[in-house]
Design a protein around this ligand. Structure first.
Ligand SMILES: Nc1ncnc2c1ncn2[C@@H]1O[C@H](COP(=O)(O)OP(=O)(O)OP(=O)(O)O)[C@@H](O)[C@H]1O
Ligand SMILES: [Mg+2]
Length: 242
């Protein structure tokens, strides 16, 4: 479980995350949505320890983000918005390096990911030669190595081909069924509706709404609006929330 209390992140020009409190429970895939600049990546960067200057508290189970950062490192996998991979390693070498760092035996997992993501033909090529989508896949695969308890994905599934999307969804659903906590940000609302059990909407740094799928169905029944229509009106007129 990840518990965030009164999280505020300030940059010199802007309050990127404004007093957000939320609990991410085990066994749930959470979708994090919001317009460009809403604060999604800043929120995620604070969770994974890339932003250390913030007000509020972040806990992974009983471990405090600020006090137990070394323990927390073993509790999550993270795929960033713009993956920064070593260009002089092959995809296979990169994933084995991550397995070594995490001190897990991931040989069979790496083989499965290679096949799930259609990387057979490029696995022994240098990452330098990879397309954007292939880099995204390696970054996502790296986050999955050792099946960490929490998975934090910042627009990490953009650019996946349909087979890789299908396989990724199954991997995430299986992890969730096994009690892992998953947070994925995306601008693709259909994907979020399709993959996630709960949807968190951020706007201008504020937590605008948190919906279960049942609540989204209920909104559809009451207003006749599908989720993307509701999202647009909510972001434009925040008082229309639940
Ligand atoms: N390193 C930084 N320094 C200063 N301001 C920043 C920095 N990173 C983000 N911001 C600002 O913080 C706000 C939130 O940005 P953030 O990247 O968290 O949004 P986002 O929801 O992830 O957007 P997107 O959907 O475009 O990825 C924006 O106003 C952005 O300009
Ligand atoms: Mg972002």
């Amino acid at each position: 479980m990840i518990k965030v209390s009164n999280l505020t992140i300030r940059y010199p020009e802007v309050v990127a995350v404004d007093n957000v409190s939320i609990q991410l429970k085990e066994g749930i895939i959470y979708g994090l949505v919001g317009p460009n600049g809403a604060g999604k990546s800043s929120f995620i960067k604070a969770l994974v320890g890339l932003i250390a200057e913030y007000d509020g508290d972040i806990y992974f189970d009983e471990f405090s983000r600020s006090k137990d950062r070394h323990i927390i490192k073993s509790l999550f996998g993270y795929a960033p918005e713009d993956p920064d991979l070593y260009p002089y390693l092959t995809g296979k070498e990169y994933l084995h390096m991550i397995a070594d760092i995490r001190q897990v035996d991931a040989n069979s997992q790496i083989k499965a990911l290679q096949s799930d993501f259609g990387l057979d033909n490029v696995f022994d090529d240098l990452i330098n030669r990879y397309s954007h989508g292939m880099r995204q896949k390696i970054s996502f695969a790296a986050a999955l190595i050792g099946e960490p308890k929490n998975l934090i994905l910042d627009e990490a599934l953009n650019g996946f081909d349909p087979i890789s999307q299908y396989n990724s969804k199954n991997i995430l659903l299986t992890l969730a069924r096994n009690g892992h906590t998953i947070l994925l940000s995306s601008h693709v609302l259909e994907l979020v509706e399709n993959w996630c059990q709960e949807i968190i909407i951020l706007n201008e740094g504020k937590l605008l709404a948190e919906y279960t799928l049942e609540q989204i169905e209920d909104i559809k029944a009451r207003t006749g609006k599908d989720f993307s229509e509701h999202f647009v009106s909510l972001v434009q007129r925040p008082s229309e929330g639940l």
